[in-house]
Design a protein around this ligand. Structure first.
Ligand code: 2RA
Length: 342
C-alpha cells in the first residue's frame, strides 16, 4: 500500500486521476488532495471511495510521509512544488511540461519506455497528450521496422485546454444554435465553435507552435531515438473530448498494412478498429472514457513503399494524461514494495 497525494485534484485531469485510482484499485494506504490555489482548497472537497476529503493547501509539511504524488498543475506551480515533494521523499509523477525535457527526468509512456522509470531522482514526467497516443501507436512499428519519419496532423479536443476550453466551446455552440452573438473568445485566439484553429499554445520563432515542438522533442526522448523526424501540425477542433491524429509513418523496412495491423493487434494499449466495409474506424466520441489508443484507416502510401497512413484516436484526459500517470505509479509500486524507500 502507498501513501498518495494528488495535487490539482479538482482540475479536468486531476479529477480523472482520482477516478482512475479508484477504478484500477490502486493500492492506496492513505490519500490526500492538495491545491496551490488557496481559494480552491478552501471551497472544495474531493470524493474518493465514497468518502469526502477536504482539499488542503499545498505546503512542505503536506508531503510528509507521502510516497507517491500525482500532480496536474500549471508548469509554474510544478516547478515550485514538485522538487520540494521529491525532497520530502516522495516520487512525483508530474503532468506538467516543466521537467519533460530535463535529461535527468524520465519522460515515460509505460507501453514504450517503462525501462526508463528506475533512473528517476524523485520526478517522473508524464508526456503531452498528443505525443502519448502517437508513441503508443508508433512503438510496435518502430520495434519491427524502425520508424524514420512521421508526418502528423492533429485534431485536438477543447478539453486539452482544461475546463475553460470546454466552457468556451459550450457557450459558443449554444449561441450558434440560438443565432446570437457570443463574448470575445478568451481561451482560444478565435471562436472555436464551427471552426478549426491551426494553433495550439503559442508560436515559436521557427513558425511551429509549442504544442508541435513538444511532439517533435518528446517523441524522440520517449522512443529513445533522436533520429526520428516528426513533422507536426496541431489543430484545435470543436470536439469536447479525445484527440484524433492523421499519421503518415515512414519506416526503414517497408511494412504492409496487414503486418502493421498484426503488430498493433498484439501491442499493449492498442485497439485496431479498421473495417471500411462497415464504415468502422476510431471516433473521438467513442474513445471518450476508454484507456486504449485506437487505430484505423490503415493504408499504404500510394507513392512510397516504406510509408503507411493511419488514423489514431484516444481520450486525451485519460490515456493522454491521467491513465498514463496512474500507469507510471503502478510501475513504481512494482519497483518499490511497501515499506521500501525509493
Ligand atoms: C492541449 N496538449 O490539447 C494540450 C494539453 N496538454 O491543449
Amino acid at each position: 500500500m502507498k501513501n498518495v497525494a494528488v495535487v490539482g485534484a479538482t482540475g479536468a485531469v486531476g479529477a480523472r486521476m482520482v477516478r482512475l485510482l479508484e477504478e484500477r484499485s490502486f493500492p492506496v494506504g492513505s490519500i490526500k488532495f492538495l491545491a496551490s490555489d488557496r481559494g480552491a482548497s478552501e471551497r472544495r472537497v474531493v470524493r474518493f471511495k465514497g468518502e469526502e476529503f477536504p482539499v488542503e493547501p499545498v505546503s512542505d509539511s503536506a508531503f510528509e510521509g507521502v510516497e507517491i504524488v500525482l500532480s496536474s498543475t500549471p508548469a509554474s506551480v510544478s516547478r515550485q512544488w514538485s522538487p520540494r515533494a521529491a525532497q520530502a521523499g516522495a516520487v512525483v509523477v508530474d503532468n506538467s511540461s516543466a521537467f519533460r525535457m530535463d535529461p535527468e527526468v524520465p519522460l515515460v509512456v509505460p507501453e514504450v519506455n517503462a525501462h526508463d522509470i528506475p533512473r528517476h531522482q524523485g520526478i517522473i514526467a508524464n508526456p503531452n497528450c498528443s505525443t502519448i497516443q502517437m508513441v503508443v501507436a508508433l512503438k510496435p512499428l518502430h520495434d519491427a521496422a524502425r520508424v524514420r519519419r512521421v508526418i502528423v496532423s492533429t485534431y485536438q479536443s477543447v478539453s486539452g485546454a482544461g475546463q475553460t476550453g470546454l466552457s468556451e466551446l459550450e457557450e459558443q455552440l449554444e449561441a450558434l444554435v440560438q443565432k446570437r452573438d457570443w463574448p470575445a473568445p478568451s481561451k482560444f485566439a478565435h471562436p472555436i465553435a464551427g471552426n478549426c484553429l491551426p494553433q495550439i499554445d503559442v508560436f515559436l520563432p521557427d513558425g511551429y507552435t509549442k504544442e508541435e515542438r513538444k511532439m517533435i522533442d518528446e517523441t524522440c526522448k520517449i522512443m529513445g531515438d533522436p533520429a526520428i523526424e516528426v513533422v507536426p501540425t496541431c489543430v484545435r477542433v470543436p470536439v469536447p473530448y479525445s484527440h484524433s491524429e492523421s499519421i503518415l509513418v515512414e519506416t526503414e523496412r517497408p511494412l504492409c498494412p496487414e503486418e502493421a495491423r498484426a503488430l498493433w493487434s498484439a501491442a499493449p494499449g492498442v485497439t485496431v478498429l479498421d473495417d471500411p466495409d462497415r464504415n468502422a474506424y476510431p471516433l473521438a466520441a467513442d474513445a471518450e472514457g476508454h484507456d486504449d489508443v485506437f487505430v484505423g484507416r490503415i493504408r499504404r502510401d500510394p507513392f512510397r513503399p516504406n510509408a503507411l497512413l493511419f488514423w489514431c484516436v484516444s481520450d486525451n484526459l485519460r490515456k493522454g494524461a491521467a491513465t498514463n500517470a496512474v500507469q507510471i505509479a503502478e510501475e513504481l509500486v512494482k519497483l518499490q514494495p511497501a515499506g521500501s524507500s525509493r
